[in-house]
Design a protein around this ligand. Structure first.
Ligand code: SF4
Length: 315
């Protein structure tokens, strides 16, 4: 697979673009994830011409449509930032981004819970950075995360699953529009989708069953929306345990009663939070290799991303 292209707030790569001439290098992003992705850096404040160093800024007013104000001289930079951002998000369309990692808490780049000062000057953590908001509104299906949340193993796993899946989906889109390619993609991703949302699993199954009734453009459009919506929903130990038991059904007849009992116990320990997901997953993969069930062998759920990221070790 080619490297995944991700937008990123430039300061997270260690570039000295912050208002004080500093950076916010995040080694988890540059070193661990950086091996699999190509970052497209975006610094809204520098790119809209504010220079380094510059006066710090904050958000002010209505949290739903705040103003971007310089903190010492009280100058309003909102229109300048909005105008630049509207053009930049169109340019970014050409970059084929599969995700964006924003700098948390920034009045330009923060994607949630950014401080907004009310009339009395009291900050409430209810805002979104001006650029981040315009990006998300322009590209609602592209997964976004911030570096603070990225350090949470569950949120990190979810984000990485989404960017890798979107990349694989884009590869399908890059091929000739062909219903067979879509059905093949869906078949491989069924258990992954089920682990996030049984409801979407059913809806997408019904959509794919109508593959001959809908024009392929419409089919692809609806499928992509459901795919990204489903993966946005969090997996839970209960959902994962149900998927693991479902997977077990594909080789149950080949297991001895001891092996069955052991696997069920391991799944139950995982469901109760005593062991991480990687343990039942490894045992299932062992039986998949041994008994070779064709449907399970191709499931992305059982090996969704590079081993080096060790994601399922922590959830
Ligand atoms: S938070 Fe955003 S605007 Fe601020 S320095 Fe980083 S990339 Fe630039």
């Amino acid at each position: 697979m080619e490297k995944i292209r991700l937008g990123i707030s430039t300061c997270l790569l260690g570039e000295n673009v912050r208002y004080d001439g500093g950076h916010k290098l995040d080694r988890l992003l540059t070193d661990a994830l950086g091996r699999y992705v190509e970052y497209i850096p975006v610094c809204p404040e520098v790119e809209c011409g504010l220079g380094v160093p510059r006066e710090p800024m904050h958000l002010e007013g209505d949290p739903d449509s705040p103003r971007l104000i310089t903190s010492r001289t009280n100058r309003d930079m909102t229109d300048r930032m909005i105008q630049w951002a509207l053009e930049r998000v169109v340019e970014l369309e050409k970059e084929d981004l599969c995700g964006f990692i924003f700098k948390s808490d920034s009045p330009s780049s923060g994607m949630e819970r950014v401080k907004v000062c009310n009339e009395e000057g009291t900050p409430v953590k209810k805002g979104v950075g001006i650029f981040a908001k315009i990006f998300v509104e322009h590209s609602p299906l592209i997964p976004v995360e911030d570096e603070g949340r990225f350090h949470d193993p569950e949120l990190r796993e979810n984000f990485i699953e989404r960017i890798f899946t979107l990349k694989r989906w884009r590869e399908v889109l890059g091929k000739k529009e062909n219903r067979g390619n879509m059905v093949e993609f869906h078949t491989k991703h069924k258990l992954l989708i089920l682990s996030h949302s049984p409801k979407h699993y059913q809806m997408m199954g019904r959509l794919v069953a109508r593959v001959k009734d809908l024009p392929s453009k419409e089919l692809y459009r609806q499928y992509q929306i459901l795919l990204m919506e489903s993966l946005h929903l969090k997996t839970t130990p209960k959902k994962n345990a149900n998927v693991l038991q479902h997977a077990m059904g594909y080789f149950k007849k080949q297991l001895s009663s001891d092996e069955k009992q052991e696997l069920l116990e391991v799944i139950d320990h995982y469901r109760k939070g005593k062991i991480p997901l990687i343990v039942p997953m490894t045992l299932i993969n062992h039986y998949v290799r041994k008994h070779n069930p064709p449907y399970l062998k191709q499931q992305v759920y059982l090996s969704p991303h590079p081993l080096e990221l060790q994601l399922r070790n922590h959830v």
